[in-house]
Design a protein around this ligand. Structure first.
Ligand code: ADP
Ligand code: MG
Length: 601
């Protein structure tokens, strides 16, 4: 007799359940999605014991007539598609017709449903695939599905369930995704009789984010909307200050469906390049709307992955929209003061306020001294006046801002509504980086011949790296030539880096970048990263490195005119708030916050 037999339908369902129903959270997700597809405006999710004991999802959607209710729990039954053509433009969250059958094959399920037009409700019970007949019962319109004792006949699966808190964490995550994607829905989440969330469909998305996450997150989002070529993007971009160590706070929704997509993640990462340190991930809520026909959701059983027909276009549109917004936004880091609630915090807050009071006292003294005796700095700032014209009664121009270098590393400067503390190295790095990028974009960097060529050893690896990156060296204006056996020499080097003064900060006596050291480090960088990066990214890394080497260092004393130059360059820089690696260059202390801390308000 043959060995192959057709599986019984219930086993088929249990196998299907294995794909989508791994834990209570998956049940919650499937049931909530059904409620949304049914046009619900209100969803209540009640959980007991992390979903092990009970998962109940109640909605006020379209409901089902008795015969539909009977069929809903059979496998491959759906009202959402009819023919294979419908697969090409799926507008509902579900379409596979498997969720209810799968869930009912591994738990005790009771469903009650009533349509708006029907005089009464109907109910059905299924115990691990054993279905009762539909019977009338009484309830309001909509549908409630209760799932008890998940996996109770599958001890091996049940054993893998984690603690109630862990399972509840997964449930909350799915609840959060649905709540973000459906801002107009009233949604409640209850665990063991305790209400965890009650969200109103009338609140705006930021308020919803504040309730689901925190005020800190919702207060630090930059909004951007763009519509182009059939693609509508609404983004809430987290400021770099609230970035994370992983990408868990990256919420991407495609036509109301939470998805994970490597093209989109890459576009987000690229958009934030330079605004974030490389190992940080942004908080972002990205809502994409595009024609249903432009992608396929029939790729993954849980539909968390989709396939875009034109992923490259999507990538470039998202990247373009987000990057433009980020570059056009002041991402200055705001000084964080502890919220003075408990006594420990109060102490720390007090220390900060004391330190600041001290600072202002000193600062005031410097300012008043300067007002009495004009310093050379003042003369520099009013070049149209001869030094002899500056009298003791001369008041500085209104725009004159005060500054101070502290620890030879930071510049404290007055700002319109408070003051800023600037990391001198980070800011200068950014300024140089922008200038280098600008010049490289226009062609190649201008270079100058070295009086004495500087030689270095040519190993095979170095030779390969040089050959593969000849264009890069040319762009940078670095000329290399053979100099004896197994030896190369640096013949010419970019003027910008070699010159005695860095050109855009003429008055600044920045140390030169030593050509040989630079070339050695450049080759190391190419060998290390060259194969993994495309030409543009590699060039960017190189310019980063050059900027870092050429920039003034922490611990370097600057004179007044150098500081003035730095502050003036800061005004001109396109993106002065972050260094090229994404670290902040500037921390802002606003007057409002100072007044609050000094208890003036
Ligand atoms: P799918 O969602 O893929 O169609 P399901 O097994 O999740 O498959 O549901 C089967 C069918 O049951 C749905 O197509 C829908 O017609 C009906 N249904 C399920 N849940 C609800 C609900 N909450 N309200 C109204 N109809 C529902
Ligand atoms: Mg479904």
């Amino acid at each position: 007799m043959g060995q192959i037999a057709t599986l019984d339908q219930n086993i088929i369902n249990m196998i299907a359940a294995g794909e989508v129903i791994e834990r209570p959270a998956n049940v919650v997700k499937e049931l909530m999605e059904n409620s949304i597809d049914a046009g619900a405006t209100k969803i209540t999710v009640s959980i007991e014991d992390g979903g092990r004991k009970l998962i109940s999802v109640a909605d006020d959607g379209s409901g089902m007539e008795a015969d539909d209710l009977e069929h809903a729990f059979d496998s491959h039954t759906t009202s959402k598609i009819k023919t294979s053509k419908d697969l090409r433009g799926i507008s509902t969250l579900g379409f596979r017709g498997e969720a209810l059958a799968s869930i009912a094959s591994v738990a005790q399920v009771k469903a009650v449903s009533r349509t708006k037009d029907s005089p009464g409700a109907n109910c059905i019970e299924i115990d691990c695939g054993n279905k009762s007949s539909v019977s009338p019962c009484s309830t309001d319109y909509g549908t409630t599905v209760q799932v008890r004792d998940l996996f109770y006949k599958l001890p091996a699966r049940r054993k893998f369930l984690k603690t109630a808190n862990t399972e509840m964490g997964h449930i909350t995550e799915h609840f959060t995704r649905v709540a973000l994607a459906n801002g107009n829905l009233d949604m409640t989440l209850i665990h063991n009789g305790k209400e965890l969330y009650r969200l109103s469909g009338k609140q705006d998305i930021r308020q919803r984010i504040a309730e689901l996450f925190s005020r800190e997150i919702s207060d630090n989002l930059i909004e951007n909307e763009s519509k182009e070529r059939g693609l509508h993007i609404f983004a809430l971009l987290g400021r770099p200050d609230i970035s994370r160590t992983n990408n868990k706070f990256q919420y991407v929704f495609l036509n109301g469906r939470f998805i994970r997509d490597k093209f989109i993640s890459h576009a987000i990462k690229e958009a934030y390049r330079g605004s974030l340190e490389p190992n940080r991930y942004p908080v972002i809520f990205l809502f994409i709307q595009m024609p249903y026909e432009d992608y396929d959701v029939n790729v993954h059983p849980t539909k968390i992955e989709v396939r875009f027909y034109n992923a490259n276009l999507l990538h470039s549109q998202i990247l373009g929209a987000l990057r433009e917004k980020l570059l056009g936004t002041n991402l200055e880091t705001q000084a964080k003061f502890p919220a003075a609630t408990d006594s420990a915090r109060l102490n720390r807050g007090q220390k900060i306020t004391d330190a600041m009071a001290e600072f202002f006292k000193k600062h005031k003294t410097i300012q008043s001294q300067q007002q009495l005796i004009p310093t050379p700095k003042k003369q520099f700032n009013v070049p149209h006046l001869g030094a002899e014209q500056i009298t003791k009664t001369q008041t500085p121009p209104q725009s004159q801002k005060e500054f101070l270098q502290i620890q030879d590393s930071f510049i404290v400067a007055e700002a319109d509504d408070g003051f800023v503390v600037i990391d001198q190295h980070a800011l200068h790095e950014r300024i140089i980086y922008e200038e280098l990028s600008r010049r490289v974009r226009m062609g190649k960097l201008e270079s100058q011949k070295l009086l004495i060529p500087e030689s270095f050893e040519l190993t095979d690896a170095v030779a390969d790296a040089l050959k593969a990156n000849a264009k890069l060296f040319e762009k940078l204006g670095i000329e290399l030539a053979p100099f004896g056996p197994k030896t190369m020499a640096v013949q010419a080097f970019p003027t910008l880096l070699a010159g005695p003064h860095f050109a855009i900060s003429r008055k600044m006596e920045t140390p030169n970048v030593a050509p040989l050291d630079f070339v050695r480090d450049l080759i190391d960088l190419i060998i290390d990263k060259g194969t993994n990066l495309d030409a543009e990214r590699l060039l960017d890394e190189v310019l980063n490195m050059a900027a870092c080497k050429a920039a003034i260092k922490a611990g370097q004393k600057l004179n007044d005119s150098e500081i003035e130059q730095l502050l003036a360059d800061r005004e001109k820089a396109e993106y002065a708030s972050r260094c090229p690696h994404g670290r902040p260059t500037t921390i802002k202390f606003s007057t409002a916050e100072l007044e609050k801390q000094f208890k003036r308000t």
